[in-house]
Ligand binder design. Structure first.
Ligand SMILES: NC(=O)c1ccc[n+]([C@@H]2O[C@H](COP(=O)([O-])OP(=O)(O)OC[C@H]3O[C@@H](n4cnc5c(N)ncnc54)[C@H](O)[C@@H]3O)[C@@H](O)[C@H]2O)c1
Ligand SMILES: [Zn+2]
Ligand SMILES: [Zn+2]
Length: 338
């Protein structure tokens, strides 16, 4: 099988021929149909974060495909099931976080495409219990971006506890942001989208944003404060500065939801204590979502409530695709189809 492999943080990925891995006990073998390119895969390939993966490894955590083999003891999946391989590759299942609906915080978790090989590969093995079934009404092409970009922003909107009519600002209308705009609309918010390219802002408008701000030409803080300030700001842009702008755009009682993960050397945000206290501001970190959150994301999509904006690529084009994302040239998501 073909797999895209990170061999060194400073080198392009290499396409390797590898034997198809046999599923171990409790695992399934998945024949990949589609896998999205999340910006996290780029951070992984470049070793951007403090906790680094160990090359060689295969990125990819928006994998969707069909189960072609079952490992020993697997009774909860069947051959032919279509499933998603998400960032949460495995968790312990019994710690306080796991049993209280916060498996995404499990200290023992393994992450697909990071600590274990992911889905930039014609076949991948995955934990049978942590793959998430994809409903028939959701295509593999659409399911791929929903598997990380979708579930992550759906969860970010959930933890922000938005009431209908609140003003929500989405900073960054990329893979994550184009879905965040839609989930914010679904909970009844007035939506403001901020990006640095006109194409992304036009897309945000098409997806239902009520206002757009081009942060490359306009100060987003002034523009949002002129509207009355934001109740919620969701930080999805890979830019330290945009986190501080997101904070400064809040009104009293506001919530900043931190989601993007800029590289280590630009990963510090300064928050003024005085404003945080006086304005009663909350700063919330949000990491992906649970299997149940992803099931909800798929159900919403099957109901026709969301649209995935993506372009198809071949796995051989992985390095060109990474360049396109870094240059901000893509529509919203690039998806490798196998
Ligand atoms: N917390 C989580 O669970 C989680 C999950 C997935 C991804 N992420 C992280 O979220 C970030 C975004 O991922 P993505 O796949 O959506 O990336 P992306 O590259 O598809 O989108 C980023 C968007 O931000 C825009 N942007 C860049 N600079 C900006 C600025 N200064 N102001 C406003 N917009 C700006 C870009 O034009 C682009 O549209 C990455 O750091 C990724 O690692 C976090
Ligand atoms: Zn656990
Ligand atoms: Zn991701």
């Amino acid at each position: 099988m073909k797999a895209a492999v990170v061999t060194d943080f400073t080198q392009p990925l290499e396409i390797h021929d590898r034997p198809i891995p046999p599923p171990g006990p409790g695992q399934v073998l998945v024949r990949m149909e589609a896998c999205g390119l999340c910006h996290t895969d780029i951070h992984a390939a470049h070793g951007d974060w403090p906790a680094k993966p160990t090359p060689p490894f295969v990125p990819g955590h928006e994998g969707v495909g069909v189960i072609t083999a079952l490992g020993e003891g697997v009774t909860n999946r069947r051959l032919g099931d279509r499933v998603a391989i998400a960032w949460l590759g495995r968790a312990c299942g019994h710690c306080g976080h796991c049993v209280s609906g916060w498996e995404t915080l499990c200290e023992e978790q393994q992450n697909s495409g990071y600590s274990i090989d992911g889905a930039f590969s014609e076949y991948a093995v995955a934990d049978a219990t942590y793959v998430v079934p994809v409903p028939d009404a959701v295509s593999s092409f659409d399911a791929a971006p929903l598997t990380c970009a979708g579930v992550t922003t759906y969860k970010a909107i959930k933890v922000a506890r938005i009431r209908p009519s609140e003003r929500v600002v989405i900073f960054g209308v990329g893979g994550l942001g184009h879905l965040a705009v839609q989930y914010a609309r679904l909970v009844g918010a007035e939506v403001v989208a901020v990006d640095v390219t006109e194409e992304k802002l036009a897309l945000a408008t098409e997806l239902g944003a009520d206002h757009v701000v081009n942060a490359a030409t306009t100060d987003p803080v002034a523009a949002i404060q002129a509207l009355g300030g934001a109740d919620v700001a969701v930080a999805l842009a890979v830019s330290e500065k945009s986190f501080e702008q997101a904070f400064a755009s809040l009104r009293r009682g506001g919530r900043l939801v931190c989601v993007a993960l800029p590289p280590e050397n630009e990963g510090t945000m300064t928050v003024p204590i005085f404003d945080t206290v006086i304005k009663g501001i909350s700063v919330i970190g949000s990491i992906v979502g649970t299997r149940e959150d992803l099931a909800e994301v798929f159900r919403l999509h099957a109901l026709g409530r969301t649209r995935v904006i993506a372009e198809s690529r071949k796995l051989d084009e992985v390095n060109e695709a990474i360049d396109e994302v870094l240059r901000g040239r893509t529509s919203a998501r690039l998806v490798f189809e196998f």
